[in-house]
Write a protein that binds this ligand. Structure first.
Ligand SMILES: [Zn+2]
Ligand SMILES: [Zn+2]
Ligand SMILES: [Zn+2]
Length: 138
């Protein structure tokens, strides 16, 4: 929780009770909860929270680089990244995701973004295939 507190404060954001609840849900529902999973969990402690608020807070945390969005076959999921940027292997059969410490993208080398005057703040990249368990079952 401390890293969030520091980060939000350093960027001029407050750690509101709702934000705190979203972060707690991310930690409890790990790995890879969807926005709906987080919403269900947040509602237990903050019944008046809306799905919209959960989305807004997730977007903010993604923008700050502490949470990243992972595109699973069943929809978007989220994970806490703690500043360690990485990518995922996603199984098309069971839908499980594994983190891999690899990134082929160097954002400041994206010439086309630069030409367009576009500032890149994040990117996502997933590798789709079949995990060891599904391969041996198939
Ligand atoms: Zn699998
Ligand atoms: Zn990961
Ligand atoms: Zn990357």
């Amino acid at each position: 929780m401390d890293i969030f507190l520091h980060l939000l404060r350093s960027k001029g954001f407050k750690l509101t009770p709702q934000r705190r609840a979203v972060v707690a849900a991310l930690q409890t529902c790990a790995p890879f909860p969807t926005a709906q999973d987080i919403y269900r969990h947040v509602k237990e402690t903050a019944p008046d929270v809306s799905l919209d608020t959960v989305y807004r807070n997730l977007t903010l945390l993604c923008r700050l680089g502490v949470v990243s969005q992972v595109n699973l076959p069943g929809g978007s999921a989220f994970e806490i990244v703690d500043g360690h940027h990485h990518h995922h292997l996603i199984c098309l059969s069971c839908g499980q995701a594994e983190c891999i410490d690899y990134c082929p993208v160097i954002p400041h080398d994206l010439a086309q973004a630069k030409e367009r005057g576009f500032t890149v703040v994040s990117h996502s990249l997933e590798f789709y295939g079949y995990c060891r368990t599904c391969r041996s079952a198939g």
